[in-house]
Design a protein around this ligand. Sequence first.
Ligand code: PSV
Ligand code: MN
Length: 424
Amino acid sequence: MQITAHQLANHNTDHAAQHQRRLDHARAEIPQAEQIIQRLQDFQIAVPSWALGTGGTRFGRFSGGGEPRNLVEKMEDVGLLHSLTRAAGSISLHIPWDIPENYAAIRALAAQLGLQFDAVNSNTFQDQPTQELSYKFGSLQHTERAVRQQAIDHNMEVIRHGVALGSKSITIWLSDGSCFPGQLNFRQAFQRTLEGLQAIYAALPADWKMFVEYKAFEPNFYSMTVGDWGQSLLYAQKLGPQAYTLVDLGHHLPNANIEQIVALLLMEGKLGGFHFNDSKYGDDDLTVGAINPYQLFLIFNELVEGMDTRHMDHASDLGWMIDASHNVKDPLEDLLQSLEAIRLAYAQALCVDQQALDQARQNNDVAQAQEILQNAYRTDVRPLLAEARLRSGGALQPGALFRELKVREQLIVERGAKTVATGL
Ligand code: PSV
Ligand code: MN
């Protein structure tokens, strides 16, 4: 299914008057409105190929119907998100869940849908049916050289797929670690993992980045070999200039100050990118902004200030990716909500008067510093997001149009009610 220009134009005409009223009001309130709209038009977020189907928990999986059955259909789903929002211009593939069989055809489809290929992701956290050796006790950290080599070879294969599609980065998340005290020698596990990462790093094309993703716990519950930003940063520093830390918002221990982590990684030039999601308890993989939108805003505030200090390009110098799982909502609606939440936080952060904040800090005026941040957070930037979409050819109200056009119902007709997408 595709959304036509005619359908978009009809929808936008229906909502034009209301939008104009809201936009006029926002423009009157926000001095930098025009600049924010332009930045929003440039700001694209990658959708993970593994989040287009209904996710499961270890207790079960409840398919929602019309799920994409293969990579082509997953790309078509991202194409739908992109035509509604003009903000989801890339897809991040997980190998071997989404092995591209015909590169030319996949590249042609991406071009037709206006999509690029973001980071490719390796998977050494599951055993595949055709796989020789098991990752039960880890992959790059494994005590046996042959298992480590298998994991290295897999990552190299992932890079080859990425090169063929035009990706420029690989994200490596290792589930390696231990479940019980005594199981692992931490130093040796670190060293073996480092050696493996070095072998993969050596195979990186010169214009590629390697993102080392950390996670505090799960599936290992005593130690994780890349368990926090300190460990990830250690690996990235030892690997070299093409290696960076990737921050998945759900991968911290409760109440971690993620915005401070982000600020310091940026300062060191070692922040690579994000996996956006939200959580209340752990790695819940909930819709971005569903639980703690203020934290997301504070993260973006550090990002905007930190990137500007380093003269970085907001749109292209970091990897912006969603990593979520949709157990009860329609995955496409959930992703529309996530895209909106990320862009809201970004636009609100662009509203922060950084000079005034700097002055307040200089004067130790704590109340004023808080006021400046909260004023920006409480600014209604939704009309600016809508205007950015309108100018880029998207829908004024993507979620409403998704329902008006009965997209899910049509996908069920096309694909069937019992399809199951690859992924977790
Ligand atoms: C691990 O929890 C993770 O965040 C990694 O990014 C994986 O690639 C992804 O989730 C798998 O769903
Ligand atoms: Mn992740």
